[in-house]
Design a protein around this ligand. Structure first.
Ligand code: HEM
Ligand SMILES: *[C@@H]1O[C@H](CO)[C@@H](O)[C@H](O)[C@H]1NC(C)=O
Length: 333
């Protein structure tokens, strides 16, 4: 069964996805394309890359934090940099949502990029495009795949705390809830599994998976889909209560290297979050794809590039919609 599914999945990945990719039309108002700043700000991509490289050289963990920002932006009103706005006036910042509070980080790096770009070419490069470029550069710096980043997004003039709470999946959401949240963004099952491969780098706090260690089912038993010796290790630094902010690698095998070991961990019942492990336990198609990726890093890399470009195409503001913010933290006055 798993072998037959894997066979069709590989066929799908190798043949059909590029077709889907070509049809990744941004929206009815315009298209994104990689050359968008070639004339208006030819050094834009280089400037972004150099600031990201410096930040990651200073702190390796920053690559993961920066990659995650693009996801948390795109799932809320599209990839429009709504995530970056601080609270002020009518804006209620998304930074205080369940997914972002005490967790989303790297905003100072985005600020540094923005001020370098404003010096080079004022009011030209959007904060939303910065997030898309930064996601690519961070992935590459961590050893992952590269891709051309379609550009031309503009920045929102508002934010949505409620969409941030509702649209970004929680680590204890069921497989079906998570899939539904991806489908409603125009992403499919393959995109979901592939993009979750981003958890090959970075950290999660104790509070994001404690439930699995102690009381997964409301009867004081740990999650039986979690390797019990791994669970015992995790409990030493994630007690029943307290130490909420203690950090754990999402991929304990190679925490700063972007590779397919995340999928190997899932097969060994060593996914950190419940939302990671369900990819291997709740759906045969999903398990088949986890197997494909665990066995073939290259197929994972190729599909990751396609799926993240697709995610980056979620409802961008183009043409005369939105604005190019001067400061990513506030709307222009
Ligand atoms: C089912 C969907 C997802 C869920 C439930 C989820 C949940 C989480 C949680 C709970 C954390 C740890 C946060 C903390 O404790 O502070 C995390 C971290 C992270 N997530 Fe996800 N995530 C999902 C999808 C994604 C996607 C699609 C990407 C990127 C393409 C991504 C990239 C990351 C990265 C890189 C980190 C590490 C951040 C850091 O070290 O600062 N995640 N995620
Ligand atoms: C999921 O986690 C949240 C936050 O910790 C908690 O309030 C909620 O009860 C949990 N949901 C389930 C189904 O366990």
């Amino acid at each position: 069964m798993a072998n037959i599914l894997s066979f069709f999945l590989v066929i799908y990945l190798l043949n059909f996805s590029p077709i889907l990719c070509l049809s990744s039309k941004a929206n009815n108002y315009g298209y994104l394309y990689p050359q968008f700043y070639d004339r208006s700000c030819p050094k834009a991509k280089e400037i972004v890359k150099s600031v990201v490289a410096k930040a990651v050289a200073t702190e390796g963990g920053m690559a993961a934090s920066l990659l995650r920002l693009h996801f948390h932006d795109c799932f809320v009103k599209g990839c429009d940099a709504s995530l970056l706005l601080d609270s002020s006036g009518t804006i209620v910042s998304e930074k205080t949502s369940n997914a972002n509070r005490n967790s989303a980080r790297g905003f100072e790096v985005i600020d540094e990029i923005k001020s370098a770009l404003e010096k080079e070419c004022p009011k030209t490069v959007s904060c939303a495009d910065i997030l898309a470029l930064v996601a690519r550069d961070s992935t590459v710096l961590a050893g992952g795949p590269t891709w051309e980043v379609p550009l031309g997004r503009r920045d929102s003039r508002d934010a949505s705390l409620s969409d941030s709470n509702n649209n970004i999946p929680a680590p204890n959401n069921t497989f079906n809830t998570i899939l539904t949240k991806f489908l409603s963004q125009g992403l499919d099952l393959v995109d979901l599994i592939t993009l979750l491969g981003a958890h090959t780098i970075g950290n999660a706090r104790c509070t994001s998976f404690r439930q699995r260690l102690y009381n997964q089912y409301g009867n004081n038993l740990p999650d039986y889909t979690l390797d019990q010796s791994y669970a015992a290790q995790l409990r030493t630094r994630c007690p029943r209560s307290g130490s909420d902010g203690n950090l754990f690698f999402l991929d304990y095998v190679s925490p700063t290297k972007f590779d397919n070991s995340y999928f190997k961990n899932l097969l060994a019942s060593r996914g950190l979050l419940n939302s990671d492990q369900v990819l291997a336990t709740m759906n045969p198609m999903s398990l088949a794809l986890v197997n494909v990726y665990a066995n073939n890093n290259e197929i994972f890399f190729e599909q990751f590039a396609r799926s993240i470009v697709k995610m980056g195409n979620i409802s961008p503001l183009t043409a005369d919609r939105g604005e190019i913010r001067k400061n990513c933290r506030k709307i222009n006055s």
